[in-house]
Design a protein around this ligand. Structure first.
Ligand code: GN1
Ligand code: MG
Length: 358
């Protein structure tokens, strides 16, 4: 691995390389250097999921330089902690290295960050405000971003994948999960509301991050968002993506893969604080249709994630990394439990949003 790092234009001598984080798609390492030089993050890009690495890194570097320029123009002091900085490959100048088999990238490690334990109602309000601002900052990016995964958050497409997995039943696991398939089918039409509104010309796409789970956010000690990481899925989408996916992880009282469903429920205090912060900075550009459907967004993401985990379980675990045989099933059940709790909270969410705008 030292050999791979040596292909990139880094400063300092590599002292150590260790696994970092718990992403379900790419594999990540921390590269510690000796002395004053910064540390780095080395990542193996999952090329099966992101087939067009040129497009992928083109999107990411366009987003980072746009954000960097905006922060600099605003006079923000710690720009290096607010935007990821990728390191080019020495031989090609590209922001990835292909070793003949695998694709790799390197970015500067941002030290002294706090992760998800920092999510409280107070910090969620700040996060909401920051995301509203993040979407506003990316609204005028001059480059056309590509869809790094086609139809990534398209609910109709995700359902078609589940239906295919059900009809093929490749791993022979259908009988035990038929009840859950039925539950998902009951909600299918309502959950495809976003695509319908878009076809009717009532819902725009804006540049979104599309994976704003708490693990992908770096905070400072005061709970401010320093930086959103994992930019592979930044692409045009409905604003629901970033709103809904943050709540899916932050407002879950349990874990994404909690085997104890009693731990899993939707935390309304987090929702309220986050929605308030988000509306504060985003109401300047959100349309009434977008605002009215924010409770739908909160339900859509646990729903979509249940559909995706369950489809992967039926396919025999070919997409997400798993730690044990039933992992995708445990994840599916935990996300479904969260969805049920969100559904119960829907009238309260609607009332809260109406009140916040009054
Ligand atoms: C994946 O890479 P990671 O773990 O941050 C997935 C997301 C899911 C998430 C569920 C490219 O994100 O869409 O919401 O797992 N990313 C991709 O934890 O499929
Ligand atoms: Mg991640």
């Amino acid at each position: 691995m030292k050999n791979i790092v040596a292909q990139f234009d880094i400063r300092g001598q590599v002292a150590d390389i260790k696994p970092l984080g718990n992403g379900l798609i790419n594999t990540t390492y921390k590269v510690t250097t000796e002395g004053e030089a910064p540390d780095y993050v080395l990542q193996h890009i999952n090329n099966a999921i992101f087939p067009d690495v040129d497009m992928l890194m083109g999107n990411i570097t366009a987003v980072c330089s746009h954000l960097r320029a905006k922060y600099e123009a605003e006079g923000v002091e710690d720009v290096g902690r607010r935007v990821l900085e990728f390191v080019p490959c020495k031989a090609t100048g590209k922001y990835y290295y292909f070793d003949g088999e695998k694709y790799w990238r390197v970015m500067v490690y941002i030290p002294d960050t706090v992760s998800q334990s920092a999510v409280t109602p107070e910090s969620s309000r700040i996060v909401g405000e920051t995301f509203g601002k993040f979407q506003a900052m990316l609204a005028d990016i001059p480059s056309q971003l590509g869809e790094t995964i086609k139809d990534f958050h398209n609910m109709e497409f995700r359902l078609s994948q589940l239906r295919e997995a059900v009809s093929e039943n490749r791993a022979g696991r259908l009988a035990e999960v038929q009840w859950l398939v039925d539950e998902l089918e009951k909600r299918a039409e309502d959950m495809c509301r976003g695509e319908r509104l878009h076809r009717e010309g009532k819902l725009p796409k804006r540049i979104c991050h599309c994976d704003t789970k708490v693990d992908n956010i770096l905070f400072d000690k005061a709970g401010n968002v320093l930086c959103v990481i994992d930019l592979d899925t930044v692409m045009p989408n409905f604003v629901f993506s970033d709103f809904g996916d943050f709540l899916r992880s932050a407002a879950n009282t349990g874990r994404e893969d909690d085997p104890n469903l009693d731990n899993v429920s939707f935390n309304m205090d987090i929702f309220k604080a986050f929605a308030e912060g988000y509306l504060k900075s985003a109401r300047t550009f959100l349309t009434p249709v977008e605002i009215e459907n924010l409770p739908y967004a909160a339900a859509l993401f646990p729903y979509m994630q249940t559909v995706r985990f369950l489809a992967d379980y039926l396919n025999g675990d070919t997409y997400y990394k798993t730690q044990y045989a039933e992992h995708n099933l445990v994840r599916s059940k935990a996300q479904f439990k969260l969805l049920q709790s969100v559904e119960e909270a829907t009238p309260a969410m609607q009332e809260f949003i109406a009140g916040a705008l009054a």
